[in-house]
Design a protein around this ligand. Structure first.
Ligand code: ATP
Ligand code: MG
Length: 248
């Protein structure tokens, strides 16, 4: 990393750090060609949100962790950006939840799958984690999707009742909801199709969400919400937050 990106006092340190992680992941073959574009779109929304976990995102995270804890078969679905940015935290989260992770990528090639599996296995052994990693040998398809991006595993995504999909594409999110699953989306863009389709959408940056979830999952406290969760209201709150920041 160059000097600026290595200096935590730099005002754009976090942003530079995440970009650096993606640059490295790109060199290691973990990412699709469009990964940087997707990240850039996320960065733009994060700028508008003030690069912070806003109150409505925190609330959505509470509901999401509660749903994952209560699930009978939770699974964390990981794509290239998710592994590159938050692979460690997401594997730790899976261990706490005692659930598998499944690599589920839009642009599937044997090389990318091998690179992603290698990265996750390396994190697992370095941190001494007990987590099942699925996705290497898909044996099922997500109904309603065409092509390689429909491939998945029966014991992971198909049989899951609650599924965490960071940075998911809208189509696949819709297909998972149509299967009757509780779909937890992490997406900085409150206007994206994924955000609108999700059962619980956390409008926040993935690495912040992963840390927040890790802290919450270790609490034994029972979450007793005052009202049922309303995703449309939650997305509207995120948009209101953006407008209020610029009116202030
Ligand atoms: P749609 O959901 O409308 O179908 P899409 O998923 O095809 O759109 P992409 O640009 O491919 O759109 O997806 C990237 C999405 O992920 C964007 O909405 C972006 O805001 C979000 N995103 C990118 N990086 C992050 C991140 N680090 N944390 C949270 N969200 C992110
Ligand atoms: Mg999306």
């Amino acid at each position: 990393m160059d000097d600026v990106a290595a200096d935590p006092s730099h005002p754009r340190y976090q942003s530079l750090l995440l970009r650096h992680r993606l640059e490295q992941a790109e060199q290691q073959g973990l990412l699709a060609g469009s990964a940087m574009i997707a990240h850039g779109r996320g960065e733009a929304y994060d700028y508008l949100l003030g690069e912070q976990t806003i109150a409505s995102a925190h609330l959505a995270t509470l509901y999401a962790v509660d749903a994952l804890k209560r699930a009978s078969r939770p699974v964390l679905s990981l794509n290239g950006n998710a592994v590159a940015l938050a692979g460690e935290a997401l594997l730790k989260l899976a261990e706490h939840l005692d659930c598998p992770v499944e690599i589920n990528i839009f642009y599937r090639t044997p090389e990318r799958m091998k690179a992603l599996l290698g990265r996750l296995e390396a994190i697992k052994s370095e941190l001494n984690l007990e987590v099942e990693i699925l996705g290497a040998e898909p044996n099922a398809r997500i109904p309603g999707l065409k092509g390689p991006r429909a491939k998945c595993t029966q014991e992971g995504i198909i049989d899951a009742d609650v599924i965490l999909v960071p940075l998911e594409d809208g189509d696949r999110c819709e297909a998972l909801v149509a299967m009757g699953k509780t779909v937890i989306v992490i997406d900085l863009n409150p206007l994206s199709r994924s955000a609108k389709m999700g059962s619980i959408t956390i409008v926040d940056e993935l690495t912040r969400v992963a840390q927040n979830m890790l802290e919450l999952v270790q609490h034994e406290q029972i979450f007793e919400p005052e009202s049922p969760y309303n995703n449309d209201e939650n997305l509207a709150e995120a948009l209101r937050h953006i407008v209020m920041r610029f009116n202030a």
